[in-house]
Ligand binder design. Structure first.
Ligand SMILES: [Zn+2]
Ligand SMILES: [Zn+2]
Length: 342
């Protein structure tokens, strides 16, 4: 089968011809119908500092996908051949403290598909049966693939009380865009979206943001204060990872506000903790992955009710052979979610 591989510790990727994987005793083999590109895949392709420290080539990467189960190992339970599945990408151990206490998403032995173990940028993927999420056959495979990032947004927003609240969301990548829709679905009063790139600012508008700001031109803190009767946002959803964005997000958060923090800063940076956190009395929730399976059920009900439409997030449909084009679009920020078919 054709697969996107990182074969050597350097920038770039290769198409490789691999044998179709044989599912282990507790695994299933999935024929990939759709797979989507994540920011993580850009880091791996570009071979940045994070990738250099984390990735051990050779690796078949990619982690977002949906497809049909075509084979299962002898001890693979809960999934049948013919099921249409997506994958929870955090492969958890099941026996550490976090796993035993309902927090498997932050398992201390976690292995992530397409990061620590072979992933899904291929015609087939073998995954643990316990990581399979059974989709309704009605959901478009291209949308089913994007449930993983939607789950990041749902998980982040679920920690904060957004009902009737003024919410500022920094960073309009696909997860930030999903967060706009999720906040509206959960009854936010006003959603303010902040993003430097124009393409994604327009998408933020399409996804329902009430006010869209450009940090390169607008005085973001002042604009957010003005839009919230001078109070500041009630909730900050941080999806940018940008030191400037994070600082502006906290400076425009009202005292006592809540923060859902998913963005990953590229490296440590200086931040005024006493002013922005202590004296402000705000609450910060660090967010990693999705609650298994709580977040997936919440995402399902948002999709089934039509309150969230992933059709507004997926902007490009390519073939797996167009992977290089997908990475270029991602680097320029001129896309929402890019979905590929093998
Ligand atoms: Zn992802
Ligand atoms: Zn564990």
């Amino acid at each position: 089968m054709k697969a996107v591989m990182k074969t050597a510790p350097k920038q770039g990727f290769e198409f490789a011809e691999l044998p179709v994987p044989k599912p282990g005793p507790k695994e299933i083999l999935v024929k990939v119908k759709a797979t989507s590109i994540c920011g993580t895949d850009v880091h791996i392709t570009e071979w940045d500092e994070w990738a250099q420290n984390r990735i051990k080539p050779p690796l078949l990467y990619g982690h977002e996908f949906a497809g049909e189960v075509v084979e299962k190992g002898g001890n693979a339970e809960g999934v049948e051949v013919g099921d249409f599945v997506s994958a929870e990408t955090h492969v958890y151990c099941g026996h550490c403290f976090q796993c035993q206490t309902g927090n498997a998403h932050i398992c201390e032995n976690v292995k992530i598909l397409g990061v620590d173990i072979n992933g899904c940028f291929a015609e087939y993927a073998a995954i643990p049966a316990s990581n399979a999420w059974k989709n309704s056959k009605k959901i478009n495979p291209k949308h089913a693939s994007a449930q993983e990032p939607l789950g990041n947004a749902v998980h982040t927003v679920s920690y904060c009380n957004v009902r009737d609240a003024n919410v500022a969301i920094f960073g309009m990548g696909p997860i930030g865009l999903c967060a706009v829709q999720v906040c509206k679905a959960y009854g936010a009063r006003k959603v303010i979206a902040v993003n430097p790139g124009e393409y994604r600012r327009k998408l933020a508008e399409k996804n329902g943001a009430d006010l869209v700001l450009n940090p390169k031109e607008d005085d973001v803190v002042k604009e957010i204060m003005d839009a919230t009767d001078g109070r500041g946002s009630d909730v900050l959803i941080e999806m940018s990872g940008s030191p400037q964005g994070i600082t502006q997000g906290f400076e425009s958060l009202r005292p006592g506000g809540e923060v859902g923090f998913l963005g990953i800063p590229p490296k440590p940076f200086e931040f005024d903790w006493s002013k922005n956190v202590v004296f402000k009395g705000c609450t910060i929730h660090g967010v990693n992955g999705r609650k298994i399976w709580d977040t997936w059920y919440r995402s399902r009900s948002l999709l089934e009710s039509g309150k969230v439409d992933l059709g507004k997030i997926v902007t490009h449909e390519l073939r797996l052979s167009d992977f290089a084009e997908g990475i270029e679009l991602m680097k320029k920020g001129e896309c929402g979610k890019i979905v590929m078919t093998p």
